[in-house]
Design a protein around this ligand. Sequence first.
Ligand SMILES: [Zn+2]
Length: 154
Amino acid sequence: MQEETEIHRRPTYLVSVLSNKCPRCRQGNMFKISNPYNLKKYMLMNEECPVCGQPTEVEVGFYYGTAYVSYALTIAFSVATFIAWWVLIGFSLDDNRIFWWLGINAFFMLALQPIFMRLSRSIWLSWFVKYDPEWRTHKVGKNERVIDEHKGNW
Ligand SMILES: [Zn+2]
């Protein structure tokens, strides 16, 4: 009975990534502040997951790689708005609708940047730290490759 409710409460990969949860337990928050538009503090991360203790930085310079993820997200976003615009409004060589799309797309990309940056980190960490349904009983793996002074130094 106990086990059954556990399974039902197990958050899916997509939900946990989109909500910036720790990939190991999918419950703890990766970021200290939930509002991504608190622009002074929105990238502050918990050093470890407040729920299961998983470190959020697993090696030196770990989050450099997120540049690729956010690049891919940006491309995917632009492709999506391009297709939506094409279907709903259309493009033509006779007017400047394409420039409207460019401008509006650029605006949204900027406006959504904090969300993209957080999402990139969630996705990135989730590729290196796997979900562990037994996180309550398993020990957190030690990460020897972290140098304390270099933390947050990306
Ligand atoms: Zn966790």
